[in-house]
Ligand binder design. Structure first.
Ligand code: ZN
Length: 163
């Protein structure tokens, strides 16, 4: 690659970085990476390591939180964090709203929580209940609200609806 070509490549890369830093808000970036973490099973430590790498690689990354914990707090404040709901391991039902207090599946009556031998013996002792299955989901409405809070995005959405 000639020096001229290299300069051109670097210039295009710089333009890409500037464009991406203005077009993608910090909150949406964190919400998206937070979802990737949850859906892909990244550890808290690997997420923090990714943040550290981005901070070193891009000067704009310096506004990113320092750790996964700090990201989680921020996303919770914005209403963009995931929610957890217990579910039947056979995927019949969720323990949600009217069925939120049930101890067994409304369809197949499978117990909601794991039972251990020790628990059966010490049934009277209060122990932490462990559900058979937990489903994680991301509420759509706060994400849309965050999108429309950016004036530029809102005008693009209006154009799309009108056009
Ligand atoms: Zn069931």
């Amino acid at each position: 690659m000639s020096p001229e070509q290299l300069c051109k490549e670097i210039s295009q890369f710089d333009t890409l970085i500037v464009r991406s830093s203005t077009e993608v808000s910090r909150e949406l970036f964190l919400a998206t990476t937070g979802r990737l973490k949850t859906l892909s099973g990244w550890t808290d430590k690997s997420f923090t390591m990714l943040l550290e790498l981005l901070k070193e690689a891009f000067p704009e990354g310096d506004t990113l939180p320092k750790s996964f914990y700090a990201t989680r707090v921020l996303l919770k404040d914005l209403g963009l964090d995931h929610h957890k709901v217990d579910a039947c391991p056979k995927d019949c039902s969720l323990y949600w709203k009217d069925t939120g207090d049930r101890d067994n599946c409304i369809v197949c009556h499978h117990p909601r929580y794991k039972q251990f031998e020790k628990e059966k013996i010490e049934a009277k002792k209060k122990q932490k209940k462990i559900p058979h299955k937990i489903v994680r989901f991301f509420p759509l409405i706060p994400s849309l609200q965050r999108l429309f809070m950016t004036a530029e995005t809102a005008s693009l959405m209006n154009w799309h609806a009108a056009g």
